[in-house]
Design a protein around this ligand. Structure first.
Ligand SMILES: [Zn+2]
Ligand SMILES: [Zn+2]
Length: 347
């Protein structure tokens, strides 16, 4: 089968590789139809690592995908050949203390699609996943929309930490795919007071069009002063850009008793906060590790049309042009928000 293989820093080659091994009883063989390029893929592509997690080349990245069930293992009960599915990329063991405590996303033996040392990714024609990681897509949800179930699941999970109530406000720092999914998921929960920042103008525009009440570019204005001026102190700030600066802005703008919810992946390994600001405001810092059991809710929101994320899908590439897709996302070229790769031609 064909796969787009990461062969070095900023190098992807289209290669013919061995087909996946025979299925275990609870597994399904998936024909990957469409895959998304995520910010974390960008880290592996440009730096070969995220923190201690380093790529050994060659390696296949990619963890966001929607697929067609090609074959089912002997003990598969819910899925059939020909089903269209969104994929939860996290394969947990079901047996460790974390899994038993209802935290499969921090499973001690976690195998995550496209994560170095865990599972090869989905920028390949076929992957094998356990049946329980596959969520059927209704016919009116496209594969491209199905890909967005993964970032949307993260947004839903992050919002759960806030437990939003009517009349509350939030700020989203970073209007990439995750930030915009948080925006859409927050709106689906009835939130209206949503403030968004980004340093890319196309992303600011996207946030405005999606209904943010205020947007600002921290490279152009002092967003802390600006919000202070308007008397805005959000109840929660969602950090979705992986920027140390944004994390500082977050604690400055938050309301006392507010929550800083960190989803972004910073380049730096250490972040320092002004402890006096944190303690005087009694700010809670919450780290979001991907998502936990929210993929079904994401697929449901998409299926019911309660969120429309089509505006995120700015660019499409065939598998043979995976290099261009990764380059584009890495350099924020051409107003890209989410680039997707049509791995197999759509049916
Ligand atoms: Zn992702
Ligand atoms: Zn486990």
């Amino acid at each position: 089968m064909q796969a787009a293989v990461l062969t070095g820093i900023r190098k992807i080659a289209l290669c013919t590789i061995a087909a996946p091994p025979p299925l275990q009883a609870h597994e399904v063989l998936l024909r990957v139809m469409t895959a998304g390029v995520c910010g974390s893929d960008r880290h592996y592509f440009t730096a070969g690592r995220i923190g201690e997690q380093a790529v050994t080349f060659p390696f296949i990245i990619g963890h966001e995908c929607a697929a067609l069930v090609e074959q089912t293992g002997a003990a598969v009960t819910q899925l059939r050949t020909g089903d269209r599915v969104a994929v939860d990329p996290a394969v947990s063991c079901g047996d460790c203390d974390q899994c038993r405590a209802g935290r499969p996303h921090t499973c001690r033996n976690l195998l995550f699609l496209g994560c170095p040392g865990q599972l090869p990714g989905c920028f390949a024609e076929y992957i094998v996943m356990p049946e329980r990681n596959c969520y059927p897509l209704p016919a009116h949800v496209s594969y491209a929309q199905g890909v967005l179930a993964e970032p949307l699941a993260i947004a839903i999970y992050a919002l759960d930490f806030m437990d939003p109530r009517p009349g509350q406000s939030i700020a989203i720092l970073g209007a990439g795919p995750i930030g915009l999914c948080v925006l859409a998921a927050a709106q689906a929960r009835g939130m209206e007071q949503i403030y968004v920042t980004d340093i890319v103008n196309e992303r600011i525009k996207a946030a405005q069009q999606a209904g943010a009440v205020w947007t600002g570019n921290p490279h152009i204005i002092d967003i802390v002063q600006e919000l202070l001026h308007q008397g805005v102190q959000p109840d929660a700030v969602f950090e979705c850009c992986g920027s140390g600066e944004a994390l500082q802005q977050a604690i400055q703008i938050l309301k006392p008793g507010g929550k800083l919810i960190i989803i972004g992946i910073p380049n730096e390994a250490r972040i320092a906060f002004n402890i006096h600001t944190l303690r005087r405001k009694e700010i809670t810092i919450i780290n979001v590790r991907r998502q936990n059991k929210t993929t079904a809710a994401a697929v449901q929101l998409l299926a019911q049309g309660r969120v429309n994320l089509d505006f995120l899908l700015t660019h499409r590439f065939p598998l043979a042009e995976a290099q261009a897709a990764l380059d584009q996302v890495s350099d924020y070229k051409d107003g890209v928000i989410k680039a997707i790769i049509d791995v197999n031609s759509s049916r």
